[in-house]
Write a protein that binds this ligand. Structure first.
Ligand code: C2E
Ligand code: MG
Ligand code: MG
Length: 657
């Protein structure tokens, strides 16, 4: 009976289509796509040679030429066929990014290679033994007894691949696991069919279908290259970092942070900014090329790139980073626009330097914040000794620990009234005292707590502790009208904020006017509807609001007017430049603008007498000057008990009556 070659024809077409596709959309993270391509070529040649073999072993004329062609196509077929599963096992390892585990283990390589070599040994000796297959006088293909070895070897590779997929399943998602695995049952089924119906050549077809699953489900949907930035996507970097940390994969990473990227974006506009990012992505690759590096470039947002290199030579990675740093020293011209990029780079060697996923993420997002800008290329091995970084790295745990062991404490800093020439209120400021690192400033831990969600518990602590403080101390006797506390952005959008505050006021028997709340512009930005509602309801309760840190955000006047703030606090960075006549005019105009709106104005960060005097004198300069000042010049923040003592002293000395 004639062999049915339609399946091979179909398989060849599928292989060709997939090969063209992958060539066209060749992904840059290319090791796995190179092996996939190799697999597809092997599959294609396997199908083509299977077809040819089928044609020449189908009772054609028994000439020497036909016999040679029949043998040749069968040998090609067996070669390709025997290569397919071992390469597929390699492909699985590379897809899971665990090749390094096997690469380093000599025995694994030997074992992996031994069985393919055994296949090839049998195939070569078949020339003399004819124990694998032979072509009989009638030009028919006949199986020999050794062919069973091929099946056993195939079974071993299938078992090997299955074990690997199961063992490392946590590194990939279920869809990927499914499509990597599906080839095996398909091959087994096709072998059974082919065994039972010798003329149905379905095996290559099964392989083509199996790989097609992978290409359709993973390769196509998972195009890891972002067309906007020309770099690999963020989530792929996270997946790779996660897998690398789990499997202790040796590699180097260079983080590149373009610190002025947001102003470049504003300057260039969105379209050109993407073009700019693409230029940088290509540049990192081509610089790598000049020193013989193959690099995977990931864009992690906000001007931050991660460059992954399969090389662990620290000096070479640092040299690479230096080349990039030098490249950034030049001005880039785009469409007649000149762009100066400022970049800081950090080089880390894994797993020696970093063997935890979370450390990698912390490093990527913080290294450029904690280091002085004098150095452009940082070696992580030196950097990890940096105290700020160590704290940041452990901050989640430090905060958890502080919450369970009551390591948070409220400090109070008095607020001075120019008009009344005395303190009239105080701001409550949180402090975290860690056993290992001592005092950790709120600017460091509040953002981390906001990210982890711990801010809600911290906020609850602040609310309760400040209420308790007001209830324990007679504010009037201290000459104070109210205490201000800072609300974080996450607190502002708490749905039950009003209930919490109401029940605390009740529990401590406080009138709402003893409490004032500060919120920043950015807090008001997150969810204006919810924040607006919360602020409105709390104002109805009698709590007054101050806008904190005016001059650091967008300083959006509409927002100031849309929420019922009674006070605006000018940030210290805003008032820092009072010696600059232009800035002084801006400050004065800002103050009088707010005064005309009927707001109280407080100036933060008063550090010396000259500045204090300058603002005090405004009163005579302008129709309406600012009325409140706060800063180290008057008093530094102090623990509650010390603050109470200090205020008593002021009252006794007649300063605060
Ligand atoms: P803020 O609300 O603007 O607080 C004023 C900050 O300026 C405080 O820093 C204070 O110690 C500091 N400061 C006061 N006078 C001077 C001065 O003359 N010179 C200088 N250089 N600084 C001065 P602190 O306590 O480190 O707090 C930093 C920020 O952390 C606060 O800025 C606030 O945004 C946040 N924060 C503090 N406590 C809390 C809190 O209980 N809850 C929330 N959500 N955030 C808080
Ligand atoms: Mg404040
Ligand atoms: Mg402030």
């Amino acid at each position: 009976m004639a062999n049915i070659i339609h399946y091979d024809v179909a398989a060849s077409i599928i292989f060709i289509v997939m090969i063209i596709n992958i060539h066209k959309e060749r992904h840059k993270e290319s090791r796995s796509s190179s092996i996939l391509l190799l697999l597809l070529y092997v599959g294609l040649f396997s199908s083509l040679s299977d077809m040819t073999a089928a044609i020449y072993t189908n009772g054609v004329e028994a000439t020497y030429r036909n016999l040679m062609l029949a043998y040749f196509s069968n040998y090609v077929y067996f070669t390709m066929h025997n290569l397919l599963l071992p390469i597929y096992v390699l492909f699985i390892m590379v897809s899971l990014d665990i090749w390094h585990i096997f690469k380093d283990r000599f025995m694994n390589i030997i074992l992996w290679a031994f069985f393919v070599l055994l296949d090839f040994f049998l195939l070569i000796t078949n020339v003399f033994t004819h124990k694998v297959f032979y072509i009989d006088n009638k030009m028919h293909y006949q199986r020999g007894s050794y062919i069973v070895v091929f099946y056993i070897v195939a079974a071993l590779y299938i078992i090997n691949g299955t074990i690997i997929i199961i063992k490392y399943r946590s590194l990939i998602n279920k869809a990927k696991m499914g499509v990597l695995f599906v080839l095996f049952p398909l091959i087994i089924a096709s072998l059974i069919v082919q065994w039972r119906i010798g003329t149905a050549l379905v095996e290559n077809f099964a392989v083509a279908i199996g790989l097609m699953f992978y290409v359709i489900v993973i390769q196509r949907n998972e195009n890891p290259v972002d067309p906007d930035t020309g770099a690999l996507k963020y989530y792929r970097a996270l997946e790779r970092a996660y897998a690398a940390a789990k499997t202790k994969k040796p590699f180097s990473v260079v983080f590149v942070k373009i610190i002025n990227s947001s102003s470049i974006q504003v300057y260039l506009g969105r379209e050109r900014f993407y073009q700019y990012l693409k230029i940088q992505s290509r540049q990192f690759e081509s610089i790598a090329g000049t020193i013989g590096y193959k690099v995977d470039v990931y864009y992690l947002e906000n001007g931050l790139y991660a460059l992954f290199i399969d090389d662990t030579n620290r000096d070479r990675s640092i040299a690479y980073a230096n080349f990039i740093s030098r490249y950034f020293e030049d001005t880039l011209s785009m469409d007649h626009l000149e762009i100066n990029s400022e970049a800081i780079l950090c080089v880390a060697k894994c797993p020696e330097d970093i063997d935890e996923y979370s450390t990698m993420v912390t490093l990527a997002t913080t290294f450029y914040k904690t280091i002085g800008s004098s150095r452009k290329v940082i070696n992580y091995a030196d950097y990890r000794e940096n105290k700020d970084f160590r704290i940041r790295n452990e901050l989640d745990n430090i905060i958890r620990n502080a919450l369970t062991n009551n390591k948070f404490e409220m400090y109070y800093q008095p607020i001075y009234s120019i008009e009344e020439k005395r303190y009239i209120s105080a701001e409550a400021l949180i402090r975290l005292k860690d056993d290992k690192y001592g005092y950790i400033p709120p600017d460091l831990f509040i953002p981390v707590a906001e990210e982890s969600g711990a801010i809600h518990e911290i906020g609850d602590f602040v609310l309760r502790d400040v209420c308790r403080f007001i209830s324990d101390n007679n504010l009037e006797a201290l000459g104070l009208k109210y205490i201000e506390l800072n609300l974080s952005a996450s607190q502002c959008i708490e749905i039950n904020l009003i209930d919490k505050v109401t029940s605390l006021l009740k529990e401590y028997n406080l009138s709402a006017d003893k409490l004032r709340m500060e919120l920043t512009e950015t807090a008001a930005d997150i969810n204006p509807a919810v924040v607006g509602n919360n602020v409105k309801k709390l104002s109805e309760l009698g709590i007054q609001f101050a806008l904190d840190d005016y001059g650091t955000g967008y300083s959006n006047i509409r927002r100031v007017t849309s929420l019922p703030f009674v006070q605006v606090k000018l940030d210290k960075s805003f008032v820092e430049e009072i010696d600059n006549p232009v800035m002084w005019t801006v400050i004065k105009d800002t103050i009088s603008m707010f005064k005309e709106m009927g707001k109280e104005v407080l100036v933060e960060g008063i550090e010396n007498e000259t500045v204090a005097r300058k603002f005090s004198e405004l009163k005579t300069d302008l129709l309406q000057g600012c009325e409140l000042m706060q800063g180290f010049y008057f008093c530094r923040p102090m623990p509650g008990d010390k603050f109470v003592m200090y205020m008593h002293e002021c009252v006794e000395k007649g300063i605060n009556n």
